[in-house]
Design a protein around this ligand. Structure first.
Ligand code: HEC
Length: 125
């Protein structure tokens, strides 16, 4: 029994040590520094649209929304459709500017201007 707990402690050490060794990355991006497309990409990640619509909006648990019309983005984001389809409303969080920026970002997907970074809190390459 004692040996077992020693073994467990050793295993826990193996798991915990590398996690502690990893340095925390501090947020460096400042809102409003990027162009509309960049801000849209940031909002897309920050509001976790990517979690349901996929990293490049190709679809996942939610439908693909690449190149969606701004009006559709506005309706979906500000109104939501949680009762029927599961799209949450971001009213009170997302602004009209966020909506415009997200639509601008969605238009660039598949073009040379599509931004690809994965963390909204890091300064964009
Ligand atoms: C919890 C999962 C989830 C999150 C987070 C989410 N969505 Fe959705 N979204 C859905 C689902 C599911 C649908 C389809 C059904 C519906 O309309 O409710 C949808 C529908 C949409 C539509 C309409 C698509 C169509 O073909 O009619 C747009 C546009 C959209 N979402 C954009 C966004 C944006 C932009 C964000 C981030 C601000 C976001 N969604 C966040 C799940 C999500």
């Amino acid at each position: 029994m004692r040996q077992k707990s020693l073994l467990l402690a050793a295993l826990a050490g193996l798991v915990i040590v590398p996690l502690q060794a990893q340095a925390m990355k501090c947020p460096t991006a400042i809102r409003g520094q990027l162009d509309a497309v960049g801000e849209g990409r940031r909002a897309y990640l920050e509001f976790n649209c990517a979690g349901c619509h996929g990293d490049s909006a190709g679809g996942a648990m939610g439908p693909g929304i690449q190149h969606s019309e701004q009006g559709d983005v506005q309706e979906a984001v500000l109104r939501g459709d949680a009762k029927e389809g599961g799209m949450p409303s971001f009213k009170g969080c997302a602004t009209n500017t966020d909506v415009k920026n997200i639509a601008a970002y969605l238009r660039t997907i598949g073009t040379g201007n599509e931004p690809h970074w994965l963390d909204w809190w890091n300064l964009v390459p």
